[in-house]
Ligand binder design. Structure first.
Ligand SMILES: Cc1cc2nc3c(=O)[nH]c(=O)nc-3n(C[C@H](O)[C@H](O)[C@H](O)COP(=O)(O)OP(=O)(O)OC[C@H]3O[C@@H](n4cnc5c(N)ncnc54)[C@H](O)[C@@H]3O)c2cc1C
Length: 470
């Protein structure tokens, strides 16, 4: 492994495990099957096809006479931008629906990234729709566009409601900008996002009741209704129905809370049929602890081990109200679960040599990943923290790495002392360029480490990252 400096050391293997979970070596836990990439490809193709059909129906609803009349082309463009914007909104909605077929293949980080990328463009298209329709109608009526806009909003059925919906969507967009997001609590941001469902309902009523592409065009109308029903069905199924069924089936409850590193606790849960959870090491779930204060909040935490018999667990650092409150959970507290989610799993791996890096509480995912890797995988693990006492799940990670004959490097010290640039990585892991690199930790550290790994020769598709923030 090369020469290591003062704050980094290769670790021998103690024998260790948690008190409540059965010992690692005794039981090989069950893991989920690989995600089906073709499902995600098929859904992407369907999204493209849907856009094509929508455009074709919208264009066929226009007549040559209407296009030649004053303002005809502007109005037609207004209808088209409105429809494409509304179709984009449906895709944005589906990207937030946590569809397992997409989520398990590309991971939540990327799906949410696409959601964030597409959402502002749909708002631009919808704003353009309002402006173009006002200008087109104004040209036909021979009045000023601003006056036409106020007539549209105040006198046309469902236009005021759609305008309110648009303002709600803009509020959700603004609340998601990084600067605003940092100032808002997660709960405020979430409530603002809940209003987007009301906004979508208002927009839909406006489209179907007054939209020129649908009124008098039964095929287009049936297509549009089917699209919206399908999208809402997908959201209800995956955000409410499936989590409710899973929670009822597995009947999870807290059985113990154990202290790990300072400010870090492991919550051990007991449930039924846990071998039926389609779970791979490295995944996370949204957890809802059903106490009077917490039942309405679901927070994402990664599994810190694969299910063992009736037991499952998470390891959490106190970073705020929710995470900090888990230390005081009482045994017997019921827990609802949404997920599992994420593609930070062995299925994303391109080879049989890995470097796993866990920084701070990011190391909590390492045991589950280690348990899930095929036996012949060659593993190097870096566990990074400010001090030795802060190394999360230290003994367990040490014994899991040693059980599979891997190498463990513990790196402690301040950020300025422990710089993981490309040279340092090459010294610590000389064959890093031939490994898949998995990094889980604070955003800043993870991004700089991934950059260093790329500089050290790791191919882009072999870099894997789980962000502990969205
Ligand atoms: C995929 C994923 C896996 C995670 N796994 C773990 C884990 O195994 N162990 C662990 O300790 N932490 C994990 N986290 C982080 C954990 O979700 C947050 O620390 C926790 O939700 C903070 O909530 P809070 O009320 O305690 O603090 P707050 O003060 O509300 O938030 C602290 C920080 O966490 C972010 N955050 C808050 N709520 C959420 C939420 N519902 N979704 C996403 N980000 C949120 C905030 O934006 C802020 O940056 C994970 C996060 C994600 C996205």
């Amino acid at each position: 492994m090369g020469k290591l400096s003062g704050c980094a050391h290769l670790v021998p293997s103690p024998d260790a495990d948690t008190a409540v979970m059965p010992a690692t070596a005794l039981l090989r836990p069950r893991s989920a099957s690989p995600p089906r990439v073709w499902w995600a490809d098929a859904l992407a193709a369907l999204a493209g096809l849907g856009l094509g059909i929508t455009l074709a129906l919208a264009i066929s609803a226009e007549s040559a006479g209407a296009l030649r009349s004053p303002g005809g082309i502007t109005t037609a463009l207004g209808r088209l931008t409105g429809l494409v914007g509304a179709y984009g909104l449906l895709i944005v909605l589906l990207l937030a629906a946590r569809l397992p077929a997409i989520e398990r293949v590309v991971g939540q980080n990327r799906v949410i990234g696409w959601h964030r990328l597409l959402a502002p463009w749909t708002l631009v298209l919808i704003a353009a729709h309002g402006v173009l329709i006002a200008v087109g109608y104004a040209q036909a009526a021979g009045i000023h566009p601003a006056r036409q806009l106020s007539i549209l909003i105040l006198s046309y059925p469902w236009v005021l409601a759609a305008t309110v919906g648009f303002v709600l969507l803009v509020a959700a967009g603004v609340s998601s900008y990084r600067i605003a997001r940092r100032r808002l609590s997660h709960e405020t941001w979430w409530v603002v996002h809940l209003y987007t469902y009301l906004a979508l309902a208002l927009a839909f009523a406006h489209q179907i009741i007054t939209g020129a592409s649908f009124v008098g065009h039964p095929v287009a109308r049936a297509w549009w209704i089917a699209l919206w029903l399908g999208a809402i069905g997908a959201v209800l199924t995956h955000r409410i129905g499936q989590p409710a069924l899973r929670s009822l089936r597995h009947r999870l409850r807290v059985i113990a809370v154990e202290r790990d590193a300072p400010g870090v606790v492991t919550v051990i849960l007991e449930g039924r049929d846990l071998d039926r959870l389609p779970l791979a090491g490295g995944q996370f779930a949204q957890w809802r602890f059903l106490t009077r204060e917490r039942w309405w909040q679901a927070h994402p935490y990664s599994l810190s081990s694969l299910p063992r018999g009736d037991h499952i667990r998470i390891t959490v650092k106190d970073l705020g109200d929710h995470s900090g409150g888990l230390a005081s959970l009482r045994p017997g507290t019921r827990v609802a679960l949404e997920g599992p989610y994420g593609n930070f799993t062995r299925h994303a791996c391109r080879g049989d040599r890995l470097l796993l890096v866990g920084a701070g509480v990011g190391a909590a995912v390492l045991p589950a990943l280690l348990e899930d890797l095929p036996e012949d995988t060659d593993v190097v693990v870096i566990n990074r923290a400010s001090t030795t006492a802060d190394l999360v799940l230290r003994e367990e990670i040490t014994s899991l790495v040693s059980a599979r004959g891997g190498a463990l490097i513990e790196l402690t010290g301040s950020r300025s002392d422990v710089r993981l640039d490309a040279d340092r990585l090459r010294r610590l892991v000389p064959d890093i360029a031939g490994r898949d690199v998995y990094v889980c930790g604070p955003d800043e550290l993870a991004s700089s480490l991934l950059r260093s790994a790329a500089e050290a020769g790791v191919a882009h598709e072999r870099l894997h990252h789980e962000a502990f923030s969205l």
